[in-house]
Design a protein around this ligand. Structure first.
Ligand code: F6R
Length: 241
C-alpha cells in the first residue's frame, strides 16, 4: 500500500486526478470505478479542467460507479447518477452508454444487484477503483457488519450514514434508507484501488482502516489485503497515522 500525504484538499484532489489521468493515458479504453460524495468533487473538477485543456480523452473510457440510493431516479438531484452527470460526465467526451451506475429505480433489489454485478463482470472489473471513506469505515455503502459481502447487494444504511448524508437533503426524512452497492468482493476485484480522504474528521477512520486489524466491522480495513492500493490523504486526515 502506498500512502501519499498532501498539504490540503486541493493538493489531494490534484494528486488523485493525476493518478486517474495516468490510468487514462496509459490505457485509453480503461474501466474506471467511480465514487460520489464530497471527497472526489475536487478530483473530478481537476479532470474536467485537464480535459478542457486537451490533455485528456474520455472517448474510450468506461465507468462503473460504486453505488446508488434505492428509489431515486436519474433526474433526482440527490441520485448518484445525477451527481456523476453534473460533476464529470456532462463536462467530458465520455460515451454515456459506457457509464454505469446501479439502477436505483429497479424495485427488485435482488435483480437490480445481480444485473449490476454482471455489468461489472462483463467489463472484467475496474482497472482503477476510486474510493472515498465513511466515518465508520464504510467503502461504497458497505457498512460495518459481521462479514464482508462479496457481491453487489442492497443495504440498509446506518443511522450515522443517514445523518452524514442528510446535509445534501432538505430534511433527514428525505434521505433514502437503502442503497444498492458493489460488494467488498466487487471492489477488491478491481486491479488497482485509489482511496482518498480529507479532513480531521476522517483521521480516526483512516488510522483504523490502514493500521488496525482487518475486520468487517471496519470494512475499509480489507484494503490492506489488496495488492495494489494507493491512498491519497491530506495532512488532517493523515494526522493519526
Ligand atoms: C460514495 C460512496 C461512499 C463515500 C463515503 C465518503 O459513492 O460510496 O462510500 O465515499 O461516504 O463520503 P464523503 O466523501 O462525502 O465524505
Amino acid at each position: 500500500m502506498k500512502i501519499i500525504v498532501t498539504k490540503d484538499y486541493n493538493d489531494m484532489s490534484r494528486k488523485a486526478a493525476n493518478i486517474i489521468s495516468a490510468q487514462i493515458i496509459t490505457k485509453p479504453n480503461c474501466v474506471l470505478g467511480l465514487a460520489t460524495g464530497s471527497t472526489p468533487v475536487g478530483t473530478y473538477a481537476q479532470l474536467v479542467e485537464w480535459y478542457k485543456k486537451g490533455d485528456l480523452d474520455f472517448s474510450q473510457v468506461s465507468t462503473v460507479n460504486l453505488d446508488e440510493y434505492r428509489g431515486l431516479d436519474h433526474s433526482n438531484d440527490q441520485s448518484y447518477y445525477y451527481f456523476m452527470m453534473n460533476n464529470l460526465f456532462k463536462h467530458v467526451n465520455i460515451d454515456l452508454s459506457r457509464t454505469n451506475v446501479p439502477d436505483g429505480t429497479n424495485p427488485d433489489p435482488v435483480k437490480a444487484c445481480e444485473e449490476y454485478e454482471e455489468i461489472v463482470k462483463s467489463y472484467g472489473g475496474a482497472d482503477l477503483q476510486l474510493l472515498g471513506l465513511g466515518h465508520n469505515g464504510h467503502i461504497g455503502f458497505n457498512e460495518p457488519a459481521d462479514e464482508f459481502p462479496n457481491f453487489t447487494h442492497c443495504v440498509d444504511l446506518t443511522e450515522s450514514t443517514i445523518k452524514a448524508n442528510a446535509r445534501f437533503f432538505e430534511k433527514i426524512e428525505d434521505v433514502p434508507t437503502q442503497a444498492y452497492t458493489m460488494g467488498i468482493g466487487t471492489i477488491m476485484r478491481a486491479k488497482r484501488i485509489l482511496l482518498i480522504a480529507s479532513g480531521a474528521d476522517k483521521a480516526e477512520a483512516v488510522k483504523k482502516a490502514l493500521q488496525g486489524p482487518v475486520m468487517p466491522q471496519m470494512p475499509a480495513s480489507i484494503l490492506q489485503l489488496h495488492p495494489d492500493v494507493t491512498v491519497v490523504l491530506d495532512e488532517a486526515a493523515a494526522s493519526l497515522l
